[in-house]
Ligand binder design. Structure first.
Ligand code: AMP
Length: 457
């Protein structure tokens, strides 16, 4: 279905052509006509699915067909979990609105920077505010903006908003909105907290479940390399240099580790920088801009700092520290293999993290061969584990009976398997596997699946 048949106006179609989008993504095909006719929407869509344009384009069309009220009002409010995502969405909206006859005043609002310029800029209101919830509430308390005339509310990455502890703030913001409004909720996953929020917020929504079409399935090669924890920095340097990767995003567990590993890589001659939530907004923006402009080769990031980043041509993501959850794994590796490019996601696995990685693999129905890189073979050996089962994680827990037997120094009732999966495979062959929905029913963009659009009963 071409963009022209979705009901978008000529200036927006021109902006789409300017972006070289040839056809709408599935979430765009489903959401754009629904939003244009004023419906509420509940979409399961990930970063990379084209969801920003799916809500931004019809919202711009609706905004451009009526004038902005006078005063400190805002007409469209978009809540996003992180500063980077808010800035990214605001940039996209500005780009899509380029050819509209009247300018659409769009502002990104987030904490970590001085509030005064934001208060000044809000003079006269705005058409669109893309905000993180905390700073928005601060501005409302300062009477810098009123939500009384909001006609459209978007919650983007709603699962992450709640995960990051913004539930109270989101509810406080919602309480300030007029009762009659359009609500659009986008989320990669739908845990119960998001479902409750959706139930409270949405009126007769169009529900859109849009995993990617096979044609747009990202081509991400996932690899697991065994290495002792203390040798990871050296191995990282070796891999970056050996493979001549132009840009590498490396995930580490803590802010301290981002700085520490970046420092070690710089000493080893690589252009590396840390990206974490405690950097000033200016510093974060600079690191990202330099990374995108290829002035930085390696960025060491925490999950929070890297959430929602859209970096074109990012060939490699490295999990230096493994993610805590299977959902974070999805978010992390989804930074690569975007916009039809292929990507590599590398996991450093040690004896200590082996069992945790197996759980992540199990959640994603993966069984990656363990690789070793010559010169970096681990000395620590992981304890054998049973092969992945198809049962729940609970299946790995010891039974009460076995715990009692263990306490009494007796062997378990079911003997451990003689061999686990820790056998070192003498292979450097990477494996690429499609990720299936996990046990919570989460859908991932690279899962070949039919698009379905349905209304709930
Ligand atoms: P998003 O899911 O909104 O983060 O978008 C992911 C990327 O897809 C962004 O770089 C967009 O510019 C791009 N994009 C959005 N819609 C389309 C489309 N219809 N065709 C090609 N690329 C698109």
């Amino acid at each position: 279905m071409p963009f022209a048949s979705l009901g978008l106006s000529a200036p927006l179609l021109r902006a789409i052509a300017d972006h070289d989008y040839t056809e709408p993504t599935p979430v765009q095909s489903a959401a754009i006509p629904a939003i244009l006719r004023g419906a509420d929407v509940w979409a399961s869509a990930q970063t990379g699915s084209g969801k920003t344009a799916a809500f931004a384009l019809p919202i711009l069309q609706l905004l451009s067909s009526s004038p902005r009220p006078r005063g400190r009002f805002v007409r469209t409010l978009i809540l996003a979990p992180t500063r980077e995502l808010a800035a990214q969405i605001a940039d996209a909206i500005l780009a899509y609105s380029r050819f509209l006859p009247e300018p659409i005043k769009t502002m990104a609002i987030f904490g970590g920077v001085s509030i005064n310029p934001q208060m000044m800029d809000l003079g006269g209101g705005a058409d669109v505010i893309v905000a993180t919830p905390g700073r928005l509430l601060d501005l409302i308390e300062h009477n810098a903006v009123s939500l009384a005339q909001v006609s459209t509310l978007v919650l983007d990455e709603a699962d992450r908003l709640l995960d990051l502890g913004f539930t109270d703030e989101v509810n406080r913001v919602i309480a300030l909105l007029p009762a009659k409004r359009q609500n659009l909720l986008f989320s990669a996953t739908f845990p119960s907290a998001v479902q409750s929020l959706a139930a409270a917020l949405l009126h007769d929504p169009l529900r859109i479940d849009v995993p990617a079409e096979p044609a747009t399935t990202p081509d991400i090669t996932q690899r697991a390399i065994e290495v002792d924890p203390l040798r990871r920095t050296q191995l990282l340097r070796h891999l970056v240099q050996e493979n001549k990767w132009p840009r590498v995003l490396v995930f580490v567990a803590t802010k301290y580790a981002t700085e520490h590993v970046a420092e070690k890589l710089r000493k080893a001659g690589l252009n590396a920088q840390a990206l974490h939530g405690e950097l000033s907004q200016g510093a974060r923006t600079r690191v990202l801009a330099d990374f995108k402009a290829s002035k930085i080769q390696v960025v060491l990031a925490t999950d929070l700092a890297a959430r929602g980043l859209d970096i074109e041509e990012l060939p490699v993501v490295v999990n230096f520290d493994l993610p805590r959850s299977a959902a974070d794994y999805t978010h992390r590796i989804g930074r690569t293999g975007r916009a039809g490019e292929s990507g590599i996601a590398i996991n450093f696995v040690s004896a200590g993290t082996h069992a945790h990685f197996r759980l992540i693999e199990k959640r994603h129905h993966l069984d990656l061969p363990r690789e070793q890189i010559t010169g970096f073979e681990p000395e620590e050996i992981a304890a054998p584990l049973p092969p992945p089962s198809t049962g729940g994680i609970k299946g790995k827990r010891k039974s009460k009976k076995d715990k009692l037997r263990e306490a009494a120094g007796l062997p378990p009732t079911t003997p451990s398997p003689a061999t686990g999966d820790t056998t070192i495979l003498p292979t450097n062959q990477p494996t690429s596997r499609a990720i299936e929905p996990n046990e919570s029913g989460e859908l991932f963009p690279w899962r070949p699946h039919q698009t379905s659009v349905r209304r709930p009963h």
